[in-house]
Write a protein that binds this ligand. Sequence first.
Ligand code: FAD
Length: 467
Amino acid sequence: RAADIECKLVVLGSGPGGYTAAFRAADLGVDTVLVERHATLGGVCLNVGCIPSKALLHAAAVIDEADAMAAHGITFGKPKIDIDKLRSFKTKVVGQLTGGLASMAKQRKVRVVQGVGTFVSPNELEVETADGKKLIRFEYAIIAAGSQSVKLPAFPWDDDRIVDSTGALEIKDVPAKLLVVGGGIIGLEMATVYSALGSEVTVVEFMDQIIPGTDADLIKPLAKRLGGKLKGIHLKTKVVEAKATKKGIEVSYEGENIPATTVFDRVLVAVGRTPNGKKIGVEKAGVAVTDRGFIDVDTQMRTNVKHIFAIGDIVGQPMLAHKATHEAKVAAEVVAGQKSYFDARVIPSVAYTDPEVAWVGVTEREAKEKGLKVGVGKFPWAASGRAIGIDRTEGFTKLIFDEETHRIVGGAIIGPHAGDLISEVALAIEMGSEAADIGLTIHPHPTLSESVGMAAEAYEGTITDLY
Ligand code: FAD
């Protein structure tokens, strides 16, 4: 069969991985086709993930800040919420970015094909478009087809009161009673938004702490502050059934200190994401997929089939946009003949809750499990002039050092702006910095970033000042 489109490179999926790969390849002179099933580019992150959630979290933060100022003599009154306007703000933010991507694709002469793509051979992708099937013949392919929310089978998904993160981000309205199933990053971010907008929010988490996997001390201040705002956070609790009734969604649980059943107006299920590896016909191209749907790659992002690459959520954890973009550049550069490879030492993670939680590299938990010889430098924000000035002293910054070399191997921060502050720690790890390098770096005063220098000084035993 004759191909409808011939190209050197086809990229499947236009999320942070896909658009970055397509743009980088085009910049290096590679004739590139980008296939996306949705009308807008940007994938989960820009359309229904990172970006709309942060726009809504900004609104939540302003509401909470205004509320907190009452204790210091400034009262704004109860916020009046125009949900349609808030939704328009979110839509405008998303539109600005996805529209920007469309023009960047045009500028670079990346051909965008809208439709659902499926591999039919090692060098052909068939795309189901509005004008029928189109066959794309390629020399190289980069798979960036991402992931989707896990749908728990215990829930009646045909009822629109049960939503995943995409449904929750639509903010159709503000439900009086919201249940969030899953106390991970996405669940807690959405709980923060809806609680600020006025919903009574309950969170249930199967594991013994929120944001499972992080150090227990790190999430303590978050659990405390959230606990004061939400109806409840129930750990070690499992939802066993959810029934759609006229009154609402009737949920039954197994767990301690929780009623057997409760009725909610809406239920958000945020229990993780699953890769799309088994939905794109890659087996026809000879690409191996794991049982869970991930595609294994080497450090050049090549799959077991040498001319087919994979990047982003579909290749494994952590499922984060900034991992996808860096992997994307590597894959595109290798296609263009460069000798690039992915060798990031660490990838930071951030929960954009209030307070924010951010961590990078080795955690104390991991150090203990692996028997690593590490030491910790911790700086409580109660001793930070800036944190006191903004009345947010619950946070802290901790850095983890290799005891032999005093090189930094990890770090974690909780408090406002932790997500921005963690970059310095990531850079220090990438640069192989020692505690003294960080402690001797002059940080501007009074900033929250000083806490990074102070934590290093605390480790070195050279800390003197209390700001
Ligand atoms: P995706 O963004 O999933 O894009 C894949 C694209 O492929 C999609 O557009 C899809 O339509 C398309 N596609 C799939 N199959 C086909 C096919 N057969 N044919 C055509 N097109 C196809 N990460 C962060 O780093 N920071 C955050 O703050 C953050 N917040 C998040 C909040 C939420 C609510 C969610 C759900 C996720 C969040 N993430 C965040 C994760 C982030 O969105 C993902 O890690 C990132 O989008 C992965 O990029 P990707 O390119 O691998 O795939």
